[in-house]
Design a protein around this ligand. Structure first.
Ligand code: HEM
Length: 392
């Protein structure tokens, strides 16, 4: 099986079938991406779990043996972020922001997230509306922009760039490159404004770390702002959409939630396992010749650690394609180890508040189109709905 076959024919439309074939065929697969890059795909849960904590696997692309498309598409100004770094740089930078994202700090935002959600839902007039446009798109953008201190006027532009960046299928590099450049310019301008007029937010705190304590470089500052904004928006949007559609497509589970037999938190966790918004593997580069799952990987080899494949591994999850919030999934949707998702508590909070608010406000909420009419983004980088039309 080559990766390009899976990419082109199956993975985009139905990633789970492609990965199921891989898991059955073996533990690790040497494959080729559509841009001709060799890659080793880690497909089974136990191997994925171990690979995520394996310090012989680097995130820093300077350790890549070959140049991939992704390398040319990122302007170097945005490279210096956590997902392109190993210890000790990663440790230093993560420490600077981790305080803002602890479960306790995030829990303190619950009332604010509630009130932002309420404001968005108050804009609904009439029985039919689109949950993506009304709530799932704007809520995470509003929350993360407030946390960082990004002015509200520029949020629409940022959303457009993110869509350009994340939507193209492999090969459509130019549009995402230009979106990257625009984002970079935008962030530099916001940071310069905040330098002149600091406010009480995460970005101003990071600027202070840079200017007064020299804890990070200017490019690390810009790249950190980029990563938090970018990662904090898109994934949460589609977690809200995928969890809501999961419930609306499964009336028995919807009823269990409404009757208090299943918690919304359990629905969110099962959605992360069943239909994660982040479908692609996380990438790593072998620091030395090594063997994973019995397969030799040369130093510099590009490794794709597939989280969604792990989360559907039938060795761990019975009937993995069923949406069943009553299981308690030990999913790997947020990764594991030192790069474990910084925003996991925030993503969980937003999804929980969004779904609870929707169900509380509309006791008869239902899909207003058939499952076949639902349109999904055609992207390897995200699994999410273009629209989620409902009747209140
Ligand atoms: C459903 C929502 C989300 C999913 C599925 C998700 C998934 C992930 C995964 C899998 C990783 C690890 C990547 C790797 O090991 O290579 C990660 C890292 C990260 N995520 Fe999330 N994420 C979500 C929401 C968020 C939010 C809301 C934020 C906002 C702050 C965020 C910020 C980050 C950051 C900064 C990292 C890098 C951490 C590090 O390298 O130390 N994520 N995320």
């Amino acid at each position: 099986m080559t990766m390009s076959e899976v990419f082109n024919d199956v993975l985009l439309a139905d990633p789970h079938s492609g990965y199921a074939k891989m898991r059955e065929a073996g533990r690790v697969h040497q494959a080729t991406t559509p841009d001709g890059e060799p890659v080793w795909v880690v497909a089974r849960y136990e191997d994925v779990r171990k690979a995520l904590a394996d310090n012989r696997l680097s995130l820093n692309k300077v350790n890549a043996r070959t140049r991939g498309n992704y390398q040319s598409s990122m302007p170097p100004e945005l490279d210096a972020h956590l997902l392109n770094m190993d210890a000790p740089d990663h440790t230093r930078l993560r420490r600077l922001v981790s305080k803002a994202f602890t479960p306790r700090r995030i829990e303190a935002l619950r009332d604010r997230v509630h009130s932002l959600t309420k404001d968005l839902l108050d804009t609904v007039h009439g029985p039919q509306f689109d949950i993506m446009a009304t709530l799932a798109n704007p809520l995470p953008m509003n929350v993360i922009c407030e946390l960082l201190g990004i002015p509200s006027g520029s949020r629409g532009d940022f959303r457009d760039w993110t869509n350009l960046l994340i939507s193209p299928t492999p090969g459509a590099v130019e549009s995402s490159r230009s979106a990257m450049r625009s984002m970079h310019k935008f962030l530099v301008a916001v940071i310069n404004d905040k330098r002149r007029c600091p406010t009480d937010d995460l970005l101003s705190a990071m600027i202070e770390s840079r200017d007064e304590h020299e804890h990070l470089s200017e490019s690390e500052l810009v790249a950190m702002a980029f990563l938090i904004l970018f990662a904090g928006y898109e994934n949460s949007t589609h977690l809200i959409g995928n969890a809501t559609v999961g419930l609306l497509l499964h009336p028995e589970h919807l009823a269990a939630v409404r009757e208090g037999r299943t918690s919304v938190r359990a629905v969110v966790e099962e959605t992360l396992r069943w239909n994660s918004p982040f479908p692609l593997g996380v990438r790593r580069f072998a620091l030395e010749d090594l063997v994973i799952g019995g397969v030799e990987i040369p130093a510099g080899g590009r490794v794709w650690v597939s989280l969604i494949s792990a989360n559907h591994d039938e060795r761990l999850f019975e009937s993995p394609r069923d949406f069943d919030p009553s299981r308690t999934p030990a999913h790997l949707a947020f990764g594991r180890g030192i790069h474990y998702c910084l925003g996991a508590p925030l993503a969980r909070l937003e999804a929980e508040v969004a779904i609870t608010s929707l169900l509380d406000r509309w006791p008869h909420l239902q899909l207003s189109v058939s499952v076949e009419q639902l349109e999904w983004w055609q992207s390897f980088h995200k699994r999410g709905l273009l629209a989620l039309p409902v009747t209140a």
